[in-house]
Design a protein around this ligand. Structure first.
Ligand SMILES: [Zn+2]
Length: 144
C-alpha cells in the first residue's frame, strides 16, 4: 500500500486524519527554519540520499558542548527539507551528547505514516547531524 505522501504526489488525496501532519510538513518545506550558510562554523557535514536525489549539509557553532547555532543547506524533496527544518528547531541549543541520542523514531513521528523509501528522505538530516557531531568529538559515527 502506498503511503499518503505518495498518494498526495500522485493524486492529491490525503486522508482527513493525516491532514495535520501534512500541513505541518508543508509549512516547514515552504518556510524552512535554519536554512542557509553559517559563517565560522565549528563543524560541517554533508551527505546525500541517491535514491531520491536529496543532498543536505549541516554546519554548527559549538559552545560549552552545546549546538549554539545550527544551519542546514542543500536541496531535496518536501520530506527531506521539512525534516531538516524540524531538526534545526529541535537541536538548536541542545547538548551534542543529547543530539546524538535523537532516535529515528523521534524524527519519523513527525510524519505519521511513511513508506520505507521516504524514510531515508526523512532521516538524512539526522544522519548528517550525527556525522558532524561525531567528527567534531572524534567519535565513530553511528552506522545508520
Ligand atoms: Zn527525498
Amino acid at each position: 500500500m502506498q503511503s499518503y505522501w505518495e498518494m498526495q504526489e500522485h493524486f492529491d488525496v490525503i486522508p482527513m486524519d493525516r491532514q495535520a501532519y501534512v500541513e505541518e510538513v508543508m509549512d516547514h518545506y515552504k518556510n524552512p527554519r535554519g536554512k542557509g550558510k553559517l559563517e565560522h562554523a565549528d563543524f560541517c557535514a554533508k551527505d546525500e540520499n541517491p535514491l531520491c536525489g536529496d543532498e543536505i549539509s549541516i554546519c554548527a557553532k559549538v559552545k560549552a558542548g552545546k549546538l549554539q547555532e545550527i544551519k542546514f543547506d542543500g536541496h531535496g524533496c518536501a520530506i527531506c527539507i521539512a525534516s531538516s527544518s524540524m531538526l534545526m528547531e529541535k537541536a538548536t541549543g541542545m547538548k551534542m551528547e543529547k543530539a546524538l541520542k535523537i532516535k529515528r523514531e523521534d524524527v519519523l513521528s513527525n510524519f505519521g505514516e511513511i513508506s520505507p523509501v521516504r524514510t531515508k528522505c526523512a532521516l538524512l538530516s539526522l544522519k548528517v547531524l550525527k556525522l558532524g557531531i561525531c567528527s567534531f568529538l572524534g567519535k565513530k559515527a553511528p552506522l545508520e
